[in-house]
Design a protein around this ligand. Sequence first.
Ligand code: FBP
Length: 547
Amino acid sequence: MKKSALQKARAAYQPKLPIVLTGAVKAVEGNPTESVADQEEIKKLFPNTYGLPELKFEKEANPVHGSAINVGVILSGGQAPGGHNVISGLFDGIKKIHKDSRLYGFLMGPGGFVDHKYMELTADIIDEYRNTGGFDIIGSGRTKLETQEQFDKGLEILKELNIKALVIIGGDDSNTNAAILAEYYKAINAGVQVIGCPKTIDGDLKNGLIETSFGFDTATKVYSEVIGNIQRDCNSAKKYWHFIKLMGRSASHIALECALQTQPNICIISEEVEAKNMTLQDVVNYIADVVAARAAKGDGYGTVLIPEGLIEFIPAMKKLIAELNDFLAHNANEFAEVENKRQYIIDHISKENAEIYASLPEGVARQLTLDRDPHGNVQVSLIETEKLLGEMVGRRLAEMKQDGKFVGKFSALYHFFGYEGRCADPSNFDADYCYALGFNAACLINAGVTGYMSSVRNLTNPSVQWVAGGIPVTMMMNMERRHGEMKPVIQKALVRLDGAPFRKYASKRDEWAINTSYMYPGPIQYFGPSEVCDQPSMTLRYELGDK
Ligand code: FBP
């Protein structure tokens, strides 16, 4: 495979491990844990893996000798920068336990595990992928691992390959399934450990012990570079309003982080829209007022950041989507057959929701009824919220013009940044973090535990000072309605309106709205001074204490 100059230089990068993982370690147990909510139900559903203690690795004076172990690895869900480093860290970790340990990768996500499609990951293969973006080493997929039949089918191949531990690299849904699998294998004494790793560019798989999911840092840096470039362009030509939708299926962490990095005129935060019980029209009016205020001082241009999941957070839309989710889950076959789908929905759902549904533009209404992903989520990346908002703002400004409240022109351009950042070469932060997560997963395997997520924290300090350990996945769970039924799932971490990152943004936004305060972060730097190359995301810095 021909390589670019950067690829060659990057291959030589040696991720920095937390110092504690550089020698022999022992797992120190903390207190038993509880799930974040619905303790009684979760405890009943996970009798073998509920309540386990947190683990922290500490240096062991005497070298620990492990025996050779075969491990399987699955990449699950959307791509996130650094996945290859999790796998290379895992590989190096199990080889350090014993040189004869072997790593098998299941192909194209959980589907490869069920269908017995796999490859052995040898040193030559691993070396090709160190510090690179993408999940192409073994591919990823969104097959949901949920049935006993799938678990048993997977166990057949684990037995055949003598695999004693399975590492699932995924987001909240995939790690939920990892926990269910861990519970099942423990219950039937299958002799297979299951360990999760926190992946998602969305940044919504985090809590006190998982400070961030991997990929968020790199993806937001890529988007912020391009937003900065757009801002410089619009500040040069002074004639367009750019409506920029940013990935992040539910939470607005990506939009918020990009706003902190680039200081746009407007950034909508879905969680705030929900908390303030805003309607779509309220959001439109807010944007139109800013456009008009800037126009009044002669600035007919600007940037608006829109989180991909916005539509689901507008309370009225949320109710509609919840009813559509249940309705479509129970009437999928009939819905597939009918010709006039829009009318069919209007005729069958509650009057209140039918009215809202009927008022939506044709395209958005159709997008809301498209197939859910295997986890039951609306595929929000397919909904063109940026255009919907831009067009509604245009209409509102026309009304304001008639009333003499808007002078000037309004020309909107639309962008959606998501896939552009998911496979970027990991930043130094993600390269180090991911390698540590993978290496740490090997240590958890060696400690003999199951149902744990690899946890590396203290992340705003230099990587050598990071703290490593494991947290029981059941600790992050609560009960939620999915596909029309209550299910145990990892609680999503949404943007907290009382959290430091949002408060920082809220304290600045009025100034950024009217003035032109753009920041231009530029491209990710891999080589150079540490303050340019190694800074973690602003979200992490504010959350962990920066002022
Ligand atoms: P994960 O939660 O699996 O990490 O995926 C996140 C994400 O990138 C979302 O931001 C986006 O809405 C979705 O994946 C897109 O999914 P797909 O890759 O299937 O189009």
